[in-house]
Design a protein around this ligand. Structure first.
Ligand code: MG
Length: 385
C-alpha cells in the first residue's frame, strides 16, 4: 500500500525505554495488549514503510526477541542513555540503506492506523520536507491559575518524517537535549515542521490505565466474532518413564503415556485446530504433517503458537477457549490450577476466559475401556471487518 511510492523510506522505532511510570515488571512496549505485545502492533503497521531499525535496551532481549523474530530483516539496534541518543543510534544503523526519508516512531503508540501513516507519507511525497502527526488540544490549559491561550496549540505525536540526511546531520551536530525529533530538527536547522492530522487514538501508552484504554480501542476495531471447533484423540501406551505426560501444555502425573508423533498433547492439538478453524486456515495435520521428521516428539506449544501467529497475521485476536476432556484417566481435577495457569500463559488469556472441564465415558467405548483419551475445544476470536 505505501511502498510503491516515489521516495525510499526507512523507519526508526524507539523501544528502548524502561517504562518506569508503568508500574509493572514488563516495559510498556512489550506488555500484552489483547494477547499480543504492544510492539507487535506497532511493527505490523510500520512494516510497509521500508527497512526498520528497532532500537531496544539489550537487557530486554527476552521481551523483544520473540516479537522481532516475526519480522525478517528487522535491524536490532542498542539504545542510548536518552530517547534522543536512541534515535541517533537508529539513524546511524540505516547508513548503508541511506533512504531519502526516515520516519521516527514510538513503539508505545501501537494504535497508529495505516490511514494516519499514509497521510504523513503522502504529505512528504507531495513536497513537505519535515512532518509530524499532531492533534488539536481541546481541553483548557493552565499553568497554576493562569489559563494558557491554546490558539494554535497542538499535541505532537509520532511518527515524524524527515529527509534522512537532514536528520543525521542535525542529530550529529546538536549538543542539546530535545523531547522529540521535530523539535530537534526545527531547533537545529530552523526548517519548518508541517503538522499532519494525527488521531486521538494514537496516544502513547504510559500507564496501566492506558493499556486498558488501548485494549478497548483495539476491540472496537475488531467487529467480527467467529467460533472454531477442534477435536483430537490419542491412544494410551505404557507407563511413561517419568510418570508424567504433557496435557494442555502442563506436565501431569499419569500411569499411561500418550502415543503420537509429536508429544501427543491432544489438549493443545484440539485447541490449535479450534483456532485454525476460526479463520479457515486448515488443520494441524496440514500445517505440521506427521511425515515431516522435524515434528517427531515436538513440543505442541509450537503448533499452538503458530496457529495464534496466523490469527494475528489476519489482524485477529483470541478471546476465549472452552475445552472438554473425555477420559477415564488421568483425573485432572487435582491439577486444574496448574493446567489453567499454563494455558493462560500459552494462550495469553485470563484464566476466566478458559473453560476447562472433564467427563468420563461411563466405561463405554474406547474411552471407557481406557484405551485412549479425547479432547474437544471451541475457540472464539475477534477479527477486523
Ligand atoms: Mg493429535
Amino acid at each position: 500500500m505505501t511502498q510503491s511510492r516515489g521516495k525510499n523510506w526507512a523507519a526508526v522505532v524507539v523501544a528502548a525505554g524502561s517504562g518506569t511510570r508503568f508500574g509493572s515488571d514488563c516495559p510498556k512496549q512489550y506488555a500484552l495488549l489483547q494477547g499480543r505485545p504492544v510492539l507487535d502492533y506497532t511493527l505490523t503497521t510500520l512494516k510497509t514503510v521500508g527497512p526498520i531499525a528497532l532500537v531496544v535496551n539489550p537487557a530486554h532481549q527476552a521481551f523483544y526477541a520473540p516479537v522481532a523474530a516475526r519480522y525478517p530483516g528487522l535491524r536490532i539496534v542498542p539504545g542510548g542513555a536518552t530517547r534522543q541518543d536512541s534515535v541517533k543510534n537508529g539513524l546511524k544503523s540505516l547508513m548503508d540503506v541511506h533512504p531519502d526519508y526516515v520516519m521516527v516512531h514510538d513503539a508505545a503508540r501501537p494504535l497508529l492506523t495505516s490511514n494516519a501513516l499514509l497521510r504523513l507519507q503522502t504529505a512528504v511525497e507531495d513536497g513537505t520536507r519535515n512532518a509530524t502527526l499532531a492533534i488539536a488540544v481541546n481541553d483548557t490549559l493552565t499553568r497554576g491559575n493562569d489559563v494558557i491561550d491554546r490558539t494554535g496549540v497542538q499535541a505532537v505525536q509520532t511518527p515524524q518524517a524527515f529527509p534522512y540526511a537532514l536528520a543525521m546531520e542535525a542529530h550529529d551536530r546538536t549538543s542539546k537535549n530535545y523531547t522529540d525529533d521535530a523539535g530537534l530538527i526545527f531547533g537545529e536547522t530552523g526548517e519548518d515542521i508541517s503538522f499532519i492530522l494525527g488521531e486521538v487514538e494514537n496516544f502513547k501508552i504510559t500507564t496501566l490505565g492506558d493499556m486498558d484504554r488501548a485494549g478497548r480501542v483495539l476491540l472496537a476495531r475488531l467487529p467480527e466474532t467467529r467460533t472454531g471447533l477442534g477435536f483430537d484423540v490419542h491412544p494410551f501406551g505404557e507407563r511413561p518413564d517419568s510418570g508424567m505426560i504433557s496435557l494442555f501444555g502442563a506436565s501431569i502425573p499419569s500411569d499411561k503415556s500418550l502415543v503420537g508423533y509429536s508429544d501427543a498433547d491432544a489438549g493443545l492439538h484440539a485447541i490449535t485446530d479450534a483456532i485454525l478453524g476460526t479463520i479457515g486456515a486448515g488443520d494441524i495435520g496440514v500445517l505440521f504433517p506427521p511425515s515431516d521428521m522435524q515434528w517427531k516428539n515436538a513440543d505442541s506449544t509450537i503448533f499452538l503458537h503458530k496457529a495464534l501467529e496466523i490469527l494475528h497475521d489476519r489482524g485477529g485476536i483470541l478471546r476465549h477457549v472452552d475445552i472438554m476432556l473425555l477420559a477415564e484417566e488421568p483425573r485432572i481435577g487435582p491439577h486444574r490450577h496448574v493446567i489453567l495457569q499454563r494455558l493462560s500463559q500459552i494462550l495469553s488469556l485470563p484464566a476466566d476466559a478458559i473453560g476447562l472441564k472433564a467427563t468420563t465415558a461411563e466405561k463405554l467405548g474406547f474411552i471407557g475401556r481406557s484405551e485412549g483419551l479425547a479432547v474437544q475445544a471451541v475457540a472464539t476470536v475477534r477479527l477486523p471487518a
